[in-house]
Structures are given as structure tokens and as C-alpha cells.
Design a protein around this ligand. Sequence first.
Ligand code: DC
Length: 227
Amino acid sequence: MNIQIAIDGPSGAGKSTVAKALAKKLGIIYVDTGALYRTVGYYVWQHETDPGDAQAVEKLLPGIHLEIRYENGVQEVYLNGEATGNRIRTPEMSMYASAVSAIPAVRTFLLDTQREIARKNGVVMDGRDIGTVILPDANVKIFLTASDTCRAERRFLELREKGIQTTMEEVLSDMRRRDRNDSTRTIAPAVAAADATVVDSTGMSVEECVAAIAAIVAAKTGISCDA
Ligand code: DC
């Protein structure tokens, strides 16, 4: 079986940075599942549809063909043959993604795509329900979290780096709203799996966080990242 490492947690906890670094060290692929929800949200936005209208969103799903490709080791999601790039990374698309992710039909629609990648490759997969729903038998399950101000600060810097204009206040209030949506929804809420190890990255550098998780991976699988 391919190794499966699930990294779940709220936005801005550092999941993608840590997961990418870990995947590189282990020579396996990094899968950003949030990008899939963002792409569905983007399609819903393109079709001027209310992302909270489950019936309307469900009707749009047959028109979506998603494909994940890796270009120089970087994941790109293709929507009906077209690369989505940074268009799915705006604060507006974060809210669209969060809204559509609460719709059961959307989660079912994305389930196979995620499981299929993990069936074919060793993966470090980041998301909200990887350890609980997508890969319940993952070899390692991490729930990565941090204080909300720490997460908002990281997200703010990340957005600024991408040239996306916003303020710290806006990022923090969007994040709190999204956390509430994501962790209280009835389907696949963003909570730690019973057998996940919770890591709080508040005040940790990227290197410290990667080292802490690499140590958990080594303890659980016997695979050393330094090898
Ligand atoms: O990780 P992200 O911020 O790019 O995710 C965007 C939204 O998608 C997030 O608010 C919740 C949703 N999501 C989800 O419900 N399940 C996942 N596995 C990944 C993301």
C-alpha cells in the first residue's frame, strides 16, 4: 500500500507549507484538497449562483470536470481543461469554497477524485476531513492547529505575497466566519479524528513544525524523513 499521511486542521494553521515540505522529504506527492472545493466554488461564482443554495449548486456539478496535474512538483487544478491558478485563491473564493463544502452532493462529487489519487500514489494530503472521511486508514493522521490571530497573520502575509489586497482585520473576521462554517457543518466537519495527533503550531517556525511532524511520522511508520 502507498503511504498515506493526512493533515487536517483550520485554515492558516500551516498545513500546506508543512505538508509540501514533508512530501518533498518523503518523495511522495502533496495533495491540496482545499483547491478542489475552491474550484467548485469558483465555477459556482462564474455561474452567478448562490453558493448556499444546495439545489442550485448540485445542478451545476455535472458541468464540472476536474483534473489535478503536477507541474514541476506543483499541484494545479484544471477546471474543464483550463488551469485555475491564483483565481481560486482570493478571499472571495475562500468564502465560496467554505459555503459549497457544506453541501453533501459537493463532498460526494469530490470523494472519488481524492481517494483515487491516494490509491495511485503515496500522499501527504491536506484538508479538513482527510483523517475522518477520505482516508480513514491513513498511516499517520495529524490535526494541525494554531491560535486564530497567529493563523490570520500567516494568511495575511500569504495573500500579500500573492498580490491580493486585504487587511489584517478582514482576514481575521473572514477566518473566524469560515472556521465556524467548517467546524459546525453537519457533514464531515473539520474536527480531529479520534486517532489523530494534535499539533499546535502557535509560535513554531516552519522548520520546527516540519520537524515535529516528521518525528510523529517516523514514530508511527518507521520512515525517517532525513533518509
Ligand atoms: O484549505 P483551504 O482554505 O484552501 O479550503 C477552502 C475551503 O474548503 C475551507 O473553508 C473548507 C473547505 N474544505 C473542506 O471542506 N474539506 C477539505 N478537505 C478541504 C477544504
